[in-house]
Design a protein around this ligand. Structure first.
Ligand SMILES: [Zn+2]
Ligand SMILES: [Zn+2]
Length: 322
């Protein structure tokens, strides 16, 4: 029997603070999207992993961060430009809502200021500080983060993660599997039919001892022309793709790992999609016995089963013994 994992990249303006033209409609939708997600998860008692940008734990900020060895100007958007003065850089009340929700969410981190770990200019010292400070502010707020999502899914500095309290991360979706969007044929098909059945993924322990829980499907990655074509169809094709994934999870082992941002919920159609996805996940849990777990739970189960396997391995025989 398979498992569903829902992960949420919770960042408000931080996902766009380094962009010249941030999409204001999306960033402005972030607060309401956050609350709507919490409501939808509570309605169906679905625990999710919330990977929160650490800066959102702060209750106020003047944009000065001498302790973070980031490139100069990295925090400029807090004070100047389109995103400043919109209350999108600090959100302790929204973070607190995750802890106060009825569903047993897993509070993870998404760095402190959305630094892209795979980027060449991101030094080990910057990555380490981003992890340390984010873990620190989360702990001060009473959380104990072990789950991590890389900004822009750009994997890097895993040795620094392994040196921290973090135990697992969302890895990249396996390529070319499960009717993915790879290749020209895939793109054409996606434009006509939607994203196709997402792969069930297998959590693995990487060479640093961290549990890699790859993504199966970004719930709002299917936009643009394809989505406009698909909007003429009766059912949202992403909902159809999720249903295919759930059918697979009802039949065999593996993880259906769905993810999104609160600021993906801009239009009523976007809201409808996540409500429908939550309904379906809950139905497959209740009627088919599919598990719904957080990244934290999947990671501890994966590490425990590995420890079991290791202790059951026959000891290498000692050629000297009689
Ligand atoms: Zn700041
Ligand atoms: Zn992000």
């Amino acid at each position: 029997m398979g498992t569903v994992v829902l992960s949420v990249d919770a960042e408000l303006a931080w996902g766009f603070h380094d962009k010249v033209s941030p999409p204001i409609d999306r960033v402005e939708a972030g607060r309401e999207g956050w609350r709507a997600l919490l409501r939808a998860f509570d309605e169906h008692d679905l625990p999710a992993t919330w990977a929160v940008v650490g800066h959102l734990f702060l209750s106020g900020c003047n944009g000065s961060h001498p302790d973070i060895p980031a490139p100069s100007g990295w925090f400029l958007a807090e004070r100047e430009g389109e995103l400043a003065d919109r209350e999108l850089f600090c959100a302790p009340e929204l973070v607190g809502d995750i802890g106060r929700a009825d569903a047993e969410h897993d509070l993870g981190i998404h760095t402190f200021s959305h630094v892209q770990f795979g980027a060449l200019e991101t030094t080990a010292s910057l990555a380490r500080t981003e992890i340390e400070v984010a873990v620190d502010v989360a702990r001060q707020a009473g959380f104990d983060p072990v789950s991590f999502v890389f900004p822009r899914n750009d994997v890097g500095h895993r040795d620094e993660l392994a040196d921290s309290p973090i135990r697992c991360y969302r890895g990249v979706r396996p390529e070319g599997e499960g009717g993915g969007l790879a290749g020209r044929g895939g793109k054409l098909r996606a434009a006509a039919l939607g994203p196709g059945a997402p792969p069930l993924v297998e959590p693995t322990v990487d060479e640093y001892g961290l549990v890699d829980i790859p993504a199966s499907l970004y719930l709002y990655g299917f936009q643009g022309v394809g989505r406009r074509v698909a909007s003429l169809l009766r059912e949202d094709p992403v909902v159809g793709a999720v249903r295919s994934g759930l059918e697979a999870a009802a039949e065999r082992d593996g993880v259906l790992h769905l993810w999104l941002h609160p600021n993906n919920l801009v239009t009523e159609r976007d809201h409808q999609r996540i409500r429908r996805v939550c309904e379906l996940v809950a139905r497959y849990r209740d009627e088919e016995g599919v598990d719904v777990e957080t990244m934290r739970t999947v990671a501890s189960r994966t590490l425990a089963s590995r420890a079991d396997t290791a202790s059951n391995d026959p000891k290498p025989t000692d050629p000297q013994s009689p």
